[in-house]
Design a protein around this ligand. Sequence first.
Ligand code: SAH
Length: 589
Amino acid sequence: MSGKLFVIGFGPGSFEHITKRAREAIQESDVIIGYSTYVDLIRELLTDQEIVSTGMTEEVSRAREAVRQAEEEGKKVAVISSGDAGVYGMAGLVYEVLVEKGWTEATGVPVEIVPGISAINSCGALLGAPIMHDACTISLSDHLTPWELIARRIDAAAMADFVIALYNPRSGRRTRQIVEAQLILLQYRSPDTPVGIVKSAFREREHVVVTTLAQMLEHDIGMLTTVIVGNSSTFVYDGKMITPRGYQRKYTLTADEQPLKPHQRLRVENEPWSLEAASEGQKEGAGSIAAAPSRRADHLDGSLSLDTRAATHDTGAAAAQAATAVLEAPPARQAERSPLDWAMQALAIANEAKGIETQPAASIGARTAASFAPEMIFECAVSPGVANKKITPQQMLALAEAAGEKGELEYTPHHQIILRVPTANPEGITARLRQLGLILSPIGDVVQVKACDFCDGEKKDGIPYAEELYQKLGGKEMPKELKIGFNGCGMACYGAVKEDIGIVFRKGKFDLFLGAKTVGRNAHAGIPVAEGIPKEEIVPLVERIVTRFKQEAFPNERFHKFFQRVGELEGYAWREPAKAEIESAACGD
Ligand code: SAH
């Protein structure tokens, strides 16, 4: 007889989310020990296993019984936990019992811990992608952990801008902890911080809510709920809670012009505490805000009695009076109060009872924003015109001002000045530059139209076509950057034939070059595919070629490779470009 102990996390509760190893381990076992609700969840997997569930309310006694049956009776015993057995589950307890008995891996029964999908992952998946960045789990259960310690952990995690998954947020008897947690979080995070509330993930009564830190308590939170609090860069998009992978994000004009949601621009520093900011974009309307007071009534009560424990009788009484005053405000006045007002009021009362001065909301906002507002780097290309290459001193000054002390200006090989500046308000910058006649274009994998200066405007016949191309295609997103060179005469001195698509205006008509290899030691000019294209045909023709590239190119595929792969564009066949003989470098590389 050789006993074995499995400690199995069976995931959130649905069949599909149980790992293969967990199934096998359950099937290999002689005995299943677990809380009866959990046994019910996996019942379909059971064959003839003995079940030890009833009369075993104590986790410690379940762990002891498991160890006893494995060690003394030589049985294969599976202790089951929901989620992951190592996350507020049975794994640690089983080891504690074993350690007590002097168990070692070499001499004792084999132990296998089978990992499962924990609530932070299952609930995270249902909410969108809220975890993504540094995150932590905090259990609000103070049955085995002193509340002081839990509160300190919430404070530390909030201060350090962790995404926080709150386990065991509330039960029939433990109702104050989540209220206290909200108050602590509000000291560091904007009230419009996204909060996800998931009840019974992947189980029968699954319920998912995306709300805000200010409004989270207006929703049902219970034993089977996990509350996920976003960090300062978490945003909500289309009902999904999303935390970006990093803080320092670059964005360019394309994003600027495809109206980004305000919270995506993370404008916490602008109006972090306004009612508009808190309620904008939320599903809950004014109704739920008006409903806030009655809910808040319970929690004010709760946080008071918690906090007054340390206070003198007098301050406690004063705080209680203040609370009553808030709660007795006439309904009309209550309806005007934002959830934040309620939270701030509650914080003030709680602080007053402790003799701490409450900072005004704005200064808390400033602190939060200063310490954690992610720096978004806005970048765009700036030029004085499609054909015009001259920058006025005034434009130069405005550019320097736009870059400021933190930004930078870079001059590229493509006749572009790139402006890069950390800001949450790009419109302020772009409006000023545009007002001075500068042309701004997005950068990255977009179409860039590179025209010549048309001999300082003297050979102006081609200019309208260059401008039309710029209007129609400039800045359009592509699978890979795409440069269109446009030169106003056969001299092609701005190197149109060396671009992905080269257009040369000559004797009132156009020559077209496709598929230059623009960089590398084996760089080559574009293939001359057509000469004498009538003026009115050039723009639609190039548009069609670009559209095909956009639709059919693989992500990151350069235009010359794409042309070679598809073999033909608008009837123009790809052909092998003349290859330069490259001597091996004499000294190795
Ligand atoms: N071992 C489990 C956690 C047990 S503690 C795990 O790794 O997920 C119990 C808490 O877990 C609950 O109060 C709730 O916060 C969370 N939880 C467990 N299963 C859940 C589910 N299906 N949906 C939402 N929350 C869940």
